[in-house]
Each structure stands twice: as structure tokens, then as C-alpha cells.
Write a protein of this length. Structure first.
Length: 464
């Protein structure tokens, strides 16, 4: 038998049954200069001895991978706050770059964020202020910080700021801070809106969100200033809304059709076109109300495709609206339900799986709580599409003989899925460790004996 394929080590690194002594061996490995496998560094629920090895690992990349881990507890990652490498501290400050949209990333403690914001290295401070994982309380606390970039970020927590803090940001000596603050305040102050309209970088957003007096609104319509943005403005007078509803610019008419005060009869009277792939992310009143039952009901029950698509993104949809949206036969709606809503009906999940295939379908099949399991062996084992044959492995009733048969399937993804299943006969599992495209899946199989895992480590030169 030939040596284990090198990818077997990556599989063992993510194997949930990996014994602690082997995990510690793997974490101490320098990987021939590349560091330990990333999957070992980013495992969930790492024991304290493993965390201690990572925190002092001589390979900077190992510590960076741990700093970005979604599997580690924030308090564990926070212990890198004094790491000697600015690259590690910057990775810690920003946090995970990729994560499951169905989950949230727990933020670092606020006191750790405060230390990172005072880091001597600019890259660390910038990474923290760019991070999507900060608590609203911490963001609000930046209002009086000495760094203008921090004060600019504080404007995002505008509703949490005290009146005095808002006033200070509006009068800040830094023009970018003043602009960021004004873009929040203009929603309630027409004078601030008028001031922003003189700023080319802020004019469009001011017209989209800012409080407008009639004279300013009329002038912008007459001069055709950012009309598509203006058409979204909540304070636009009704007669000007009617004028823009028949504007020659299609983008303007579409923006009018999405206004929250219109009923479906009025929307239908507007000549607008919706792209097949337009997801409705720009419908701000729906995005702001993804947890508001009234907003969700108005959007989900509308005949406007973009409003339904925007509502489908919410994980807070009640069951009746999920059922309603599942019947609209809109691929974008179905895709969004399958990603964001745990109650998506099985038939919708199966349609999305069949339509999209590839990595997305595998992710959905493995992680969605409603994705079907029972009966898939009978339905899918002999399906002409290999993407569907892979689903047969999910069935609890699939036999070891079927799993082994699928491990020889013509479609590589189906073979990989079968090889990762604990019901695969041990003989075939050992064989797969030596096959390039199957070795990683075999190494990750929780039925792989500890002795075989140790043999993979030995074969890769991981020191005992």
C-alpha cells in the first residue's frame, strides 16, 4: 500500500473524534514551515492545554488562524491581545472573516477592544474599527475618543448616544466625523440635510434619508438631482412622489414603487421592472424592520417581488408568512428562506438544492435543521444527478453496503460524502486514506480508529 495522501492530515485535523493527545501533537507541528492545519487551530471547544499550545506557537500563522476562529470562545481569543506580532493582534481585532449567516459571532469583551483600539500599530486599530463584531455599547463609547476614525465609527450607534455626544460629533473638528454624524442626524433635522446637500460625497445619502423641506425637494426634482435616491425619501411630499412615479428613468420609478406608504394597487399602477437576481437589499424600511412583525407582514404579503424578497431574509418570519412566501415560486425568495429561516419547508429546501447544487447545496444540506433525511436513500441513491445521489448518505436507514457503493460513485462529491460517513466499512475507509480526492474525507471520518489517525500523523512527519 502506498503512503497516505497528504490531504489525509487535514481531514484528521477536523475529525471530531480526534483524541486529545493526537490533537496536541498536531497543534505543536510546524507543518514544514506552514504551521499546523487550520482545521486543528479552529476547532470548537478546544481544551485548555490545546489553547495554551496555540497561544505560544512559534508560527505566526497559527496564532492568526486562532484569532480568526469562530470555534474559539471570545475570552480564549482575547488572550492574544498582547501577542508580539501586529498581524496577530490585527486578526484578533477584526475577528472572523467568514461565518455562517445563520449564526452570530460572539464579540470580544469591550475592555479587550479598548486595549486594541489603543494599540501602537495603526493596522490593529484600523482592523478593530472595521470589525463587524463590536458591541453597540462599545461603538457608542467611542464618541469622545481621541482618534477621529473612532469617533466616526461612533456615529453608527447614533441612537445610543446622549444628546451632548451627538452635538459634539456634529461640531467635531474632523470633517469626516462631522459628515458621518450629519448623515445620521439629517433624518430628523432639515437644516442638517440642507448642509449635507452642499457636500458632493454626502448629497445622495442625504436625499435618500434626510428630512426635506418642500422648497428643497422641489428644487431637487426640477434639477433632477439624485432622483433615484430622492424617490426613497420618507419626507418627500405626496405630489412629488406622484410626479416621480411617472419619471422617464426606470430606476426612479422602481424606487417609488417600493415606498412603504403605498398599497399594492398603487404599486401595480407604476411601470417598473425587477431583475431576476435583484434581492431587494436596498429596501431600507424592510431591512430596518426584519424583526418587526408589522413590517414583515406588509412586505411578505405584498405583490411586489422586491418586498417579498427583502422579507424572506428575516429569520423572524412567523410560520404563516413562511408558508406564504414558500408558495410564490420565486427562486430568490426560496434561496433566501433556505439560508435565513430555520422553518423553511422541506420541499423548498429540496428545490433550492436541486437548482443550485455545488458547495451551497452541500452547506445547506449539512446545516439546515429542516433539511430532510428519512427516505433519501430510496429516493436518491440511483438518481441520475450525482448531487442528489450524495443525499442518500444523509438517510439514517442507508446501509453500509450502500455507503460503500456510493464511495465508488462517478461523482467525486458523492464519493467524498460517502467516505466521510461512519457507516463506511473499515476496509474501504482505510483504502480511501490513500486516494488523493478521498483522503481528506476519510481522515475526517469519526469512525476512523485512533491508531489510524496516529499513523496519518506519523506518515506526515508530525513529531510524537
Amino acid at each position: 500500500m502506498t503512503a497516505f495522501h497528504e490531504s489525509a492530515l487535514d481531514g484528521v485535523a477536523r475529525n471530531p473524534a480526534l483524541p486529545a493527545p493526537l490533537l496536541l501533537r498536531l497543534l505543536a507541528f510546524d507543518g514544514g514551515g506552514d504551521g499546523p492545519p487550520r482545521h486543528a487551530l479552529q476547532r470548537a471547544a478546544l481544551p485548555e492545554p490545546a489553547v495554551a499550545v496555540i497561544l505560544t506557537h512559534p508560527h505566526t500563522g497559527a496564532r492568526i488562524a486562532f484569532a480568526r476562529s469562530t470555534g474559539a470562545e471570545p475570552a480564549q481569543r482575547a488572550r492574544l491581545v498582547d501577542d508580539p506580532s501586529p498581524a496577530v493582534r490585527a486578526a484578533l481585532a477584526y475577528g472572523p472573516e467568514w461565518w455562517d449567516p445563520r449564526t452570530t459571532v460572539a464579540p470580544l469583551p469591550d475592555d479587550v477592544c479598548a486595549r486594541l483600539l489603543d494599540d501602537p500599530d495603526r493596522a490593529v486599530r484600523t482592523a478593530l474599527l472595521d470589525s463587524p463584531h463590536l458591541t453597540p455599547q462599545f461603538v457608542a463609547s467611542l464618541a469622545a475618543h481621541g482618534d477621529p476614525a473612532a469617533r466616526r465609527r461612533a456615529a453608527r450607534a447614533w441612537e445610543k448616544l446622549a444628546p451632548g455626544e451627538r452635538s459634539a460629533l456634529l461640531a467635531d473638528p474632523d470633517p469626516d466625523v462631522r459628515r458621518a454624524a450629519a448623515q445620521r442626524e439629517c433624518r430628523r433635522d432639515a437644516r442638517v440635510t440642507a448642509r449635507l446637500l452642499r457636500d458632493p460625497e454626502a448629497a445622495a445619502e442625504a436625499l435618500r434619508r434626510g428630512l426635506l423641506v418642500r422648497a428643497v425637494a422641489e428644487r431637487c426634482v426640477a434639477e433632477r438631482t439624485h432622483l433615484a435616491a430622492l424617490a426613497e425619501n420618507p419626507s418627500l411630499p405626496a405630489d412629488l412622489v406622484e410626479r416621480l412615479a411617472v419619471d422617464p428613468d426606470e430606476a426612479v420609478r422602481l424606487a417609488v414603487s417600493l415606498r412603504p406608504e403605498l398599497d399594492d394597487t398603487r404599486r401595480a399602477a407604476i411601470d417598473f421592472t425587477v431583475g431576476d437576481l435583484d434581492r431587494g437589499d436596498g429596501v431600507q424600511w424592510v431591512q430596518d424592520g426584519l424583526a418587526d412583525p408589522e413590517v414583515l407582514r406588509r412586505a411578505a404579503t405584498s405583490a411586489h417581488p422586491l418586498l417579498r424578497r427583502a422579507a424572506a431574509r428575516s429569520p423572524h418570519l412567523p410560520p404563516d408568512l413562511v408558508r406564504l412566501l414558500a408558495r410564490v415560486e420565486d427562486p430568490v425568495v426560496e434561496n433566501r428562506l433556505s439560508v435565513h429561516h430555520p422553518g423553511t419547508p422541506e420541499e423548498v429546501l429540496m428545490r433550492v438544492f436541486a437548482r443550485l447544487g455545488g458547495t451551497f447545496s452541500a452547506w445547506m444540506a449539512e446545516g439546515h435543521p429542516r433539511f430532510p433525511r428519512e427516505g433519501l436513500a430510496a429516493r436518491c441513491a440511483d438518481h441520475p444527478d450525482g448531487n442528489h445521489r450524495r443525499l442518500a448518505v444523509r438517510d439514517p436507514a442507508a446501509t453500509p453496503a450502500l455507503i460503500e457503493r456510493l464511495s465508488h460513485d462517478p461523482e467525486v462529491r458523492t464519493r467524498q460524502t460517502a467516505v466521510g460517513d461512519p457507516r463506511l466499512p473499515l476496509r474501504r475507509l482505510r483504502e480511501a486514506l490513500h486516494i488523493p480526492e478521498l483522503a481528506s474525507s476519510a481522515g475526517a471520518n469519526p469512525a476512523l480508529p485512533a491508531a489510524e489517525m496516529a499513523a496519518v500523523l506519523n506518515g506526515a512527519g508530525v513529531p510524537a
